[in-house]
Design a binder for this molecule. Structure first.
Ligand code: FMN
Length: 355
């Protein structure tokens, strides 16, 4: 079958299959394995300090000569957040940890770590990266100008037609359409009610509206999904949950065991972990925060509040207190090497489309 299309030409890849950037899961080895297999690996760096970004990019480059994308969180956080909301949640969390015989250091409101995409971007461009994907929003005019000056190829995330149209009007080269099935954070960035549109419904509507290649993301776990996305008019797919249990994933064995045991009804959308809507597996930390009825601080404040316990719980294999981001179909994730998962996806797609 013919894999080449406008998207593969733009990205300089063989297969229009993108490994989704997954902060906390994706390693340089995973990114390189996908790029070396002919897809596009994506290195997530949302919120990371510039020196860490430089080191990660260097690691990927040591493992592949092929193109890969670097992924940013493009948003403007409030410089200050309601102190009472923050303090009340912190008090509740400390009590909760104690009740479960756990302990985590309280977070100082004045030291919530935050590295803006504005600080990150020059570092990424200086490292020679030209494939840049982003989520949570879109760069302002100055950001677009800087990116275009460097001939960067921009892949922006949209969760509804309006977001897709805004991205394209501003100069985004490729739109990643994220359906509500998707694992991890929602890329939504317009004010008002969160768009909750499924991949199957959203992809053709965006394809009909914009003149740039569209990548489908959300719920694609095998060749049938890739073939379906193609039928809907997508030029490519972005696949995240499929790689959660890969050998190169940062997920611990206990984390992977949770993922191995989930089914279609085990994920839900929550703001409990980070303050932004995200899809993850229902567990104690999530349920207790939601049941508390307390207001939840916006990202990155709530994220900072839950970070210490997530780190402690990860070390202790207490998966009830970590964030297990996963899509609605993540139960089908394969515990193979990234290269084998990718090769099987290509094989299955070829088969599905030759029927
Ligand atoms: C664990 C996890 C972490 C994620 N982190 C990011 C991220 O850092 N940046 C981003 O643009 N998308 C992120 N996503 C969303 C993916 O880009 C993509 O939309 C999603 O994985 C597609 O749905 P699927 O999980 O059903 O394949 C993440 C998804 C998961 C599962």
């Amino acid at each position: 079958m013919e894999w080449k299309n406008e998207l593969t030409r733009m990205l300089g890849i063989t297969y229009p299959i993108i490994q989704a950037p997954m902060l906390g899961i994706t390693t340089p080895a995973m990114v390189a394995a996908v790029s070396n297999s002919g897809g596009l690996g994506s290195l997530p760096v949302g919120g990371l300090p510039p020196e860490k970004i430089t080191a990660l990019i260097r690691e990927v480059k040591a493992l592949t000569q092929q193109p890969f994308a670097v992924n940013l969180f493009v948003y403007e956080p409030a410089a200050h957040y309601d102190r009472k909301t923050f303090d009340d949640m912190q008090e509740f969390l400390q009590f909760l940890y104690g009740a479960h015989q756990l302990a985590a250091t309280p977070v100082s409101y004045d030291e919530v770590p935050f590295y803006s995409w504005r600080v990150q971007l020059p570092v990424i461009l200086a490292a020679g990266i030209r494939h840049i994907s982003f989520t949570f929003g879109m760069p302002d005019e100055e950001g677009f100008r800087l990116l275009k000056e460097h001939q960067a190829l921009l892949m922006g995330t949209a969760t509804c037609i309006e977001e897709a149209s805004l991205l394209v009007a501003a100069g985004t080269d490729v739109v990643v359409v994220q359906g509500i099935e998707a694992g991890g954070h929602r890329g939504s960035f317009l004010p008002g009610e969160l768009p909750r549109i499924g991949t199957m419904a959203l992809v053709p509507q965006v394809v009909d509206r914009v003149r740039v290649p569209v990548i489908a993301a959300g719920g694609i776990m095998d060749g049938r999904g890739v073939a379906a996305a193609r039928m809907l008019g997508a030029s490519g797919v972005q696949v995240g949950s499929l790689f959660l249990r890969a050998e190169e994933s940062l997920a611990t064995p206990a984390h992977k065991a949770v993922l191995a045991g989930i089914t279609d009804t085990d994920t839900l959308l929550t703001r409990a972990f980070s303050g932004r809507w995200a899809r993850g597996v229902r567990n104690t930390l999530l349920k207790e925060i939601e049941a508390s009825g307390l207001p939840i601080s916006d990202y990155p404040y709530q994220d900072a509040l839950t970070q210490p316990i997530r780190k402690v719980a990860r070390e202790l294999d207490k998966t009830e207190f970590i964030n297990v981001w996963a899509g609605q179909a993540a139960g089908k994730a394969r515990a193979w090497s990234t290269g084998d998962i990718f090769a099987e996806l290509v094989r299955e797609t070829t088969l599905a489309l030759s029927k």
